[in-house]
Design a protein around this ligand. Structure first.
Ligand code: IPM
Ligand code: MN
Length: 352
């Protein structure tokens, strides 16, 4: 029996509600496997910061490093709560984890489900993954404010793109395309961001030469948003930088039937630290504590977690259970009324 040690960070808002359901489904999926999970809950996020002043101490980070995987809910301040400056937990907690644990690939799959309504034209079906770079771009925080508060103020955020960082995410994206439908789209804005755009294009060209069976094309980010709404079936694997990927995957969630269905994995591609699995959505303060948040994205994120640990059968069972259940709820028109726990229970019952 293999025992895996899993860190759980519920975080803020609906985060703890959806990770609780995700754990339920994970355990049910492991029932038939030669593996068990031991969970360690970490109290982190804005409430923890208000109570203790900790965003993420280095000692806590070191403890997280010792786990096999991290299950993450959501963090962020309620915009109504003026005690918490914007960016504190985003930068010093979430991004600190992604950067320190070297989460180079932020994987965000997106697909339609039969019967689940979307804002797209009737009958539109798609299935693609966005491979978002996870440790660079404008997220690095290079920049500052000069002459703050004056009319001469200059605020900068410099987008950092390294050959190492771009190459590894591009290599991951091509490997995925090879195992999917063999199509890759580089999304950037090289007509304006000429330096970074050129680096990304050269990295894609070099990697493409190693994968003759993968065809690739290029799209500016603004055009990509149109295609994602007008003909999303054209996409298979999208590779893009950190900020473009952030924006595009919210859109991907919306067109797939809602951000409540969108999972993600922040992957350490070299195996030097645990990867992290989290829904794409945020803390949803407006519905937090009401028991009505949709746990689907968190549950689908656990399938990515299981795959990452080599438990492919269990991962498949979760994906199949979610697909069947969503389709069934859509056909019966019953999904909407169910509570967070009822949805979690339904998924758990199906994966066994
Ligand atoms: C996401 C979130 C984060 C991001 C925020 C909370 C820092 O929006 O995971 O997509 O921008 O990456
Ligand atoms: Mn986002």
């Amino acid at each position: 029996m293999n025992t895996f040690s899993i860190a759980v960070i519920g975080g803020d808002g609906i985060g703890p509600e959806v990770t609780a359901e995700a754990r339920k489904v994970l355990d049910a999926a492991l029932a038939g496997e030669e593996a068990t999970f031991e969970y360690t809950e970490y109290s982190l996020g804005t409430q923890h910061w208000l109570a203790t002043g900790e965003t993420l101490h280095d000692e806590t980070l070191e403890k997280l490093r010792g786990h096999d995987a991290i299950l993450f809910g959501a963090i962020g301040a309620d915009p109504q709560d003026k005690r918490i400056p914007s960016g504190v937990v985003e930068r010093d907690l979430l991004l600190k984890m992604r950067f320190s644990l070297d989460h180079a690939v932020n994987l965000r799959p997106s697909r339609t489900y039969p019967g689940v309504s979307t804002p797209l034209a009737e009958g539109t079906e798609f299935d693609f993954v966005v491979v978002r770079e996870g440790t660079e771009g404008p997220y690095v925080g290079n920049g500052g404010s000069l002459r703050k508060g004056t009319d001469q103020e200059i605020a900068t955020e410099v987008s950092v793109n390294t050959a190492h960082g771009v190459k590894r995410v591009v290599a991951d994206a091509f490997a995925r395309a090879e195992n999917r439908r063999g199509k890759l789209t580089l999304v950037h804005k090289h007509n304006v961001l000429t330096n970074a755009g050129d680096l990304w294009r050269r990295c894609v060209e070099a990697e493409a030469a190693k994968h003759p069976e993968v065809t690739w094309d290029y799209m500016h980010i603004d055009a990509a948003t149109i295609h994602m709404v007008a003909n999303p079936e054209r996409f298979d694997v999208i590779v893009t930088d950190n900020l473009f990927g952030d924006i595009l995957t919210d859109l991907a969630g919306a067109v797939s039937g809602g951000i409540g269905l969108a999972p993600s994995a922040s992957i350490n591609v070299d195996g030097t630290a645990p990867s992290m699995f989290e829904p794409v959505h945020g803390t949803a303060p407006d519905i937090a504590g009401k028991g009505i948040a949709d746990p689907t994205a968190a549950v689908l994120s656990t399938a990515l977690l299981l795959q990452n640990l080599g438990l492919d059968q269990a991962a498949k069972r979760i994906e199949t259970a979610v697909h069947q259940q969503l389709t069934e709820w859509a056909a019966a028109g019953t999904g909407e009324q169910l509570s967070t726990a009822e949805k979690g229970d339904a998924y758990a019952a199906r994966v066994q």
